[in-house]
Design a protein around this ligand. Structure first.
Ligand code: ZN
Length: 103
Protein backbone atom coordinates (compact mmCIF):
# COMPACT_ATOMS: atom_id res chain seq x y z
CA UNK A 1 0.00 0.00 0.00
CA UNK A 2 1.36 3.39 -0.99
CA UNK A 3 0.77 6.08 1.64
CA UNK A 4 -0.02 9.52 0.19
CA UNK A 5 2.67 12.12 0.83
CA UNK A 6 0.17 14.20 2.81
CA UNK A 7 -0.11 11.40 5.38
CA UNK A 8 3.66 11.10 5.53
CA UNK A 9 3.80 14.77 6.47
CA UNK A 10 2.31 13.96 9.87
CA UNK A 11 4.20 10.70 10.25
CA UNK A 12 7.63 12.05 9.39
CA UNK A 13 7.63 15.76 10.27
CA UNK A 14 6.43 17.82 13.19
CA UNK A 15 6.57 21.30 14.63
CA UNK A 16 7.05 21.39 18.38
CA UNK A 17 6.24 24.39 20.58
CA UNK A 18 9.10 24.62 23.09
CA UNK A 19 7.75 27.74 24.80
CA UNK A 20 10.66 29.99 23.79
CA UNK A 21 10.82 28.73 20.23
CA UNK A 22 9.44 26.23 17.77
CA UNK A 23 11.43 23.35 16.43
CA UNK A 24 10.67 21.74 13.10
CA UNK A 25 11.76 18.14 13.19
CA UNK A 26 11.85 15.13 10.91
CA UNK A 27 11.88 11.46 11.76
CA UNK A 28 15.20 10.07 10.58
CA UNK A 29 16.20 6.44 10.18
CA UNK A 30 19.52 4.87 11.12
CA UNK A 31 20.62 1.27 11.15
CA UNK A 32 22.80 -0.71 13.52
CA UNK A 33 23.17 -3.84 11.47
CA UNK A 34 20.65 -5.20 8.98
CA UNK A 35 17.97 -6.01 11.55
CA UNK A 36 18.21 -3.05 13.93
CA UNK A 37 16.36 -0.07 12.50
CA UNK A 38 16.11 3.05 14.65
CA UNK A 39 13.97 6.14 14.22
CA UNK A 40 14.68 9.40 15.98
CA UNK A 41 13.42 12.96 15.67
CA UNK A 42 16.03 15.35 14.29
CA UNK A 43 15.68 19.10 14.75
CA UNK A 44 15.96 20.67 11.32
CA UNK A 45 15.10 24.28 12.09
CA UNK A 46 14.11 26.57 14.92
CA UNK A 47 11.74 29.14 13.45
CA UNK A 48 10.79 32.26 15.34
CA UNK A 49 8.11 32.03 18.03
CA UNK A 50 6.13 34.45 15.90
CA UNK A 51 5.90 31.90 13.09
CA UNK A 52 2.34 31.21 12.07
CA UNK A 53 0.81 27.76 11.78
CA UNK A 54 0.74 28.26 8.02
CA UNK A 55 4.46 29.06 7.96
CA UNK A 56 5.28 25.96 10.00
CA UNK A 57 3.13 23.78 7.76
CA UNK A 58 4.78 25.22 4.65
CA UNK A 59 8.20 24.49 6.11
CA UNK A 60 7.20 20.91 6.93
CA UNK A 61 5.92 20.42 3.37
CA UNK A 62 9.20 21.81 2.07
CA UNK A 63 11.04 19.37 4.32
CA UNK A 64 9.41 16.38 2.59
CA UNK A 65 11.08 17.52 -0.63
CA UNK A 66 14.57 17.77 0.88
CA UNK A 67 16.59 14.86 -0.43
CA UNK A 68 18.81 15.00 2.62
CA UNK A 69 15.93 13.53 4.61
CA UNK A 70 13.54 11.95 2.12
CA UNK A 71 13.97 10.35 -1.28
CA UNK A 72 11.62 8.80 -3.79
CA UNK A 73 12.45 5.28 -4.92
CA UNK A 74 12.68 5.11 -8.71
CA UNK A 75 11.31 1.55 -8.73
CA UNK A 76 8.27 1.58 -6.43
CA UNK A 77 7.68 5.34 -6.51
CA UNK A 78 7.30 5.60 -2.76
CA UNK A 79 8.72 8.49 -0.80
CA UNK A 80 11.14 7.00 1.72
CA UNK A 81 13.12 8.27 4.64
CA UNK A 82 16.72 8.64 3.46
CA UNK A 83 17.82 5.92 5.86
CA UNK A 84 15.49 3.47 4.15
CA UNK A 85 17.22 3.90 0.79
CA UNK A 86 19.72 1.32 -0.48
CA UNK A 87 21.30 3.90 -2.77
CA UNK A 88 20.26 7.14 -4.51
CA UNK A 89 17.65 5.30 -6.63
CA UNK A 90 16.33 2.28 -4.78
CA UNK A 91 14.78 1.69 -1.40
CA UNK A 92 15.93 -1.31 0.60
CA UNK A 93 12.88 -3.39 -0.37
CA UNK A 94 13.37 -2.72 -4.08
CA UNK A 95 17.09 -3.40 -3.84
CA UNK A 96 16.13 -6.92 -2.75
CA UNK A 97 13.59 -7.32 -5.54
CA UNK A 98 15.61 -5.69 -8.35
CA UNK A 99 19.21 -6.39 -7.42
CA UNK A 100 18.76 -9.49 -5.30
CA UNK A 101 20.30 -7.85 -2.26
CA UNK A 102 19.98 -10.05 0.82
CA UNK A 103 20.02 -8.40 4.23
ZN1 ZN B 1 11.27 1.04 -3.74
Amino acid sequence: MIVPDTELLDLWTRAVDRTDRFTVECLTVTWDGPANRFEDWTVVSSPSVTSTAEHLLAYRLHLLRRRLYFKRCSNCGRLRQAGDMFDARLCHACASDVLGVVY
